[in-house]
Design a protein around this ligand. Structure first.
Ligand SMILES: O=C(O)CCC(=O)C(=O)O
Ligand SMILES: [Mn+2]
Length: 254
């Protein structure tokens, strides 16, 4: 699924335009922003800049709005990765087509096919190494992990998940990594989703956590192997991403 139309959606958004010189997104002053003497844009920006931390349980937190300040740069970096390693719907070992389209960057990419789930240094579609993880992505992951009290996180894999309405990810554990001492950092962009965060057994009751554009979930330590998933996305449109949700899942694969 090409992501080339992200920029088109961005251009349609009030206050966002494409810089014709380099094709990247820039924020424009909104000349219609003054209403009844209140600068709506300013309040918007203050609201947008608000970040806070919500603890889910020991070892798991949501950093609300944590990625918002760098949304434009992040989306540009993601688009660069997808241009080199396009999103694709992979097949589960059981033969089902995943509803979420995926690609990866970093030394290791997560892949699934009829032979199983695994990390690979090569993109099976191109036979080439995965694109490098852009510095902005790895620093966001490191810094979010630190904000969640996990110091020294050094991700070497970033899975890019792209959801359209109806796409979902069933409850699972992230356990293809070799070192469970390292946390997981999971960034949400685009349309909202409901994240399920369960227990150590699949049948344990899962909390439902609404996630918005810019939220970052981090889990590790005693929560590292908790079951988690994403409910089927409801139809929605995001100003920058259209009817899509992008999730970045950062892990240290080995
Ligand atoms: O999309 C999400 O929020 C979660 C993704 C996830 O759990 C995974 O890729 O393993
Ligand atoms: Mn997962």
């Amino acid at each position: 699924m090409p992501m080339g139309n992200i920029a088109f959606n961005a251009a349609a958004t009030a206050g966002i335009s494409i810089d014709r010189h380099n094709g990247r997104w820039v924020r424009e002053p909104n000349i219609d922003s003054c209403m009844n003497g209140l600068d709506v844009d300013l309040f918007d920006e203050i609201e947008r800049g608000r970040t806070w931390r919500e603890d889910i349980c020991e070892g798991a937190v949501v950093l609300r709005g944590h990625a918002l300040a760098i949304e434009t740069e992040l989306l540009n970096a993601i688009e660069g990765v997808i241009a080199q390693a396009p999103l694709r719907h992979m097949t589960t070992p059981g033969g089902f087509r995943m509803s979420v389209a995926m690609t990866s960057c970093g030394r290791y990419g997560w892949v699934t096919d009829r032979s199983g789930y695994r990390y690979d240094t090569l993109d099976p579609d191109s036979g080439k190494p995965w694109p490098q993880m852009p510095g902005l992505l790895s620093s966001l992951a490191r810094e979010a992990a630190l904000a969640a009290d996990f110091s020294g996180f050094a991700p070497n894999s970033c899975l890019i998940n792209c959801y359209e309405p109806g796409a979902r990810m069933s409850l699972h554990q992230d356990k293809d990594e070799q070192d469970f001492q390292q946390p997981i950092v999971s960034v949400s962009l685009g349309i909202p989703a409901v994240f399920q965060f369960g227990g150590d057994r699949r049948e344990d009751k899962a909390a439902r956590i609404p996630l918005q554009h810019g939220d970052v979930v981090v889990w590790g330590g005693v929560a590292r192997l908790r079951y988690h998933g994403v409910l089927a996305l409801k139809p929605a449109t995001h100003p920058l991403l259209g009817a899509r949700r992008i999730n970045l899942t950062f892990r240290k694969a080995s």
